[in-house]
Structures are given as structure tokens and as C-alpha cells.
Design a protein around this ligand. Structure first.
Ligand code: SF4
Length: 220
């Protein structure tokens, strides 16, 4: 797959948040900011400064670029920590010692559970594994608002779900088909709500039935 056709890693979490939102972003290149996306973007911009720091044998690397030809993904790891470990691997960007990598994705707000963020992080680990022929067992989500980390163990199930999303996103990109809207509570926070029009989801027939039925109710 050509590099310019690789799909941003963050779309893995978009896909599990809402397939239609992922399609609108990926296929129709739609984007609209709201208070939630603005807060996330501003906090994220502060951590996207490339650099490396060494403390007590560990290496802390920020904004590391990653990609996977197998999964057709690319992106950046907000923070990648490397810890010396005899069971680890040798990396070309470190010294001759063996290390294990520990990716960290920064998220705005306070500590919370979020399966879609965990899958995005898992996809980052899959990219690093493919690039450096290593194994990454765990990583963490760091919530900027509360300055707290949630450790994530990359299970086989998570790996399979991240791979599935990558496959579905590639199919969506190839076909150009955007999934239909499924109206839910998530739509209230979605910045693409005005573009998506989730309440008008379904076929044109269903839409016309809704119009006729509301018209009948008004005239009865
Ligand atoms: S408005 Fe709802 S259905 Fe539409 S993209 Fe957003 S979350 Fe998905």
C-alpha cells in the first residue's frame, strides 16, 4: 500500500465510537470542531513536541512516528517509553541493549474507561511491533486533566478488534461508502452532527414516511 493511502491511527477509535463518523472523516473528509474536539486538540498540541529524555536507564521518546503496511495505518505515539529488559529487543534508535517499549496515548479530560481509546493504543503497539519486530504487552492512556494513567494490557481480543477496524477502514476507503447513521446518545457530543443528520437516517422512503406521519399528526 502506498504511503499516501495509509489511514490515520486515530480513526481506529473513531471507528469504534461511530462507524459513520469514521466514514465521514475518512471518505468525505468532513471535519467540524466543537467544544469536545477543541479541548482535545489544544491539550494534544502541547504534547506533540518531538524529543528524547533518559532517566535511570529508561528512555522517554515523544511524538514518535509509526506506521504499519500490514494494517495500512500511520500515526504518531504521543510518548513511547523504553525500559531495559533482557527479554526485550534491540532497537535501531536506541543503544545496543535490549529494551521493551511501552506506548502512551494522551487524552484530554479525567481518568475514565474508554474501549475505543484502548484499541487506538493497541493499534499503535501493533505498528511498533511490525516496524521493530518486537512484542509489546502493555501501554497506557494518560489523562491530561487528572494527570493519571490507565494501564492497558494488549489482549488477543483487543489485537483482533484493532486489526478488524483497520481492515474495515481500508474497505471503506476503497469503496467510498459511508455507513448509515445510527442515532444514539453519542450523537449529542458529536461535532459532525449537523453534517451527519442522524435523525434523518435510513432510506429516503423512511424519511418520507416520517414527514407524512408528522404531517398527519399535525392535521388530525
Ligand atoms: S451524529 Fe451520531 S451517527 Fe452521526 S456521525 Fe456523529 S455519532 Fe455518528
Amino acid at each position: 500500500m502506498e504511503d499516501d493511502r495509509l489511514i490515520p491511527l486515530s480513526y481506529i477509535s473513531q471507528y469504534y465510537f461511530c462507524k459513520r463518523r469514521a466514514g465521514l472523516l475518512l471518505v468525505e473528509r468532513q471535519w467540524k470542531e466543537n467544544e469536545y474536539t477543541a479541548a482535545g486538540r489544544i491539550e494534544h498540541e502541547k504534547v506533540h513536541i518531538q524529543g528524547e529524555e533518559r532517566r535511570r536507564g529508561a528512555v522517554y521518546m515523544s511524538d514518535m512516528p509509526v506506521k504499519s503496511q500490514r494494517l495500512n495505518l500511520f500515526g504518531r505515539c504521543d510518548m513511547t517509553e523504553a525500559y531495559p529488559d533482557p527479554e526485550g529487543s534491540v532497537f535501531p534508535f536506541l543503544d545496543e541493549k535490549k529494551y521493551i517499549l511501552f506506548p502512551i496515548e494522551y487524552k484530554h479530560g479525567n481518568l475514565r474507561s474508554s474501549a475505543e481509546y484502548e484499541l487506538q493504543l493497541c493499534a499503535q503497539a501493533l505498528c511498533l511491533e511490525e516496524m521493530y519486530n518486537c512484542r509489546i504487552e502493555r501501554g497506557a492512556l494518560f489523562y491530561i486533566g487528572s494527570h493519571r494513567r490507565k494501564e492497558v494490557v494488549f489482549t488477543d481480543e483487543q489485537r483482533a478488534l484493532a486489526e478488524k477496524a483497520a481492515e474495515k477502514l481500508s474497505e471503506m476507503s476503497e469503496s467510498g461508502e459511508v455507513p448509515k447513521a445510527e442515532s444514539s446518545a453519542k450523537c449529542l457530543k458529536c461535532s459532525l452532527r449537523d453534517i451527519c443528520l442522524p435523525d434523518l437516517s435510513g432510506s429516503a422512503d423512511e424519511y418520507m414516511k416520517k414527514i407524512y406521519s408528522s404531517f398527519r399528526e399535525e392535521t388530525e
